[in-house]
Structure formats: structure tokens, C-alpha cells
Design a protein around this ligand. Sequence first.
Ligand code: FES
Length: 65
Amino acid sequence: MSEITCYCFNVEKQRVIAAIEGGCSSLGEIKNLLGVTGNCARCQPDIELLLEFYLKFPKPPAAAD
Ligand code: FES
């Protein structure tokens, strides 16, 4: 079971990370894609931290075998 980041819209942390890895580079883009922060916005600081971290340390490309 994945950790929930946005309880209002039942969005798991992994979905936010996947959105960032898929090209979202701002809170607005993630909000538009997943709906997060659209109600109480208590999840906003956590999403901003995820954005900051995963934009600074992107997942390395998969090694070719
Ligand atoms: S927890 Fe994300 S909008 Fe409320």
C-alpha cells in the first residue's frame, strides 16, 4: 500500500512522484493533472517538497542491458 499524500483526493505519493518524473515541473501542473491541493491544500507543503527533491535529484535513466 502506498502512502497517501493528498487525503482530499486520495492521491498516493507514488502518483505525485510519477507526475514529476513524467514532466510536471510546477505545483500548478501537478494540481491540473491530479487535483491535489484543490480542497484544503494541507498537502501543498508535502507536494512542494517532493517537487523540489525530484527536480533536484531526478531518477537516473535505466541502464541498458
Ligand atoms: S489533502 Fe490535498 S487538498 Fe486536502
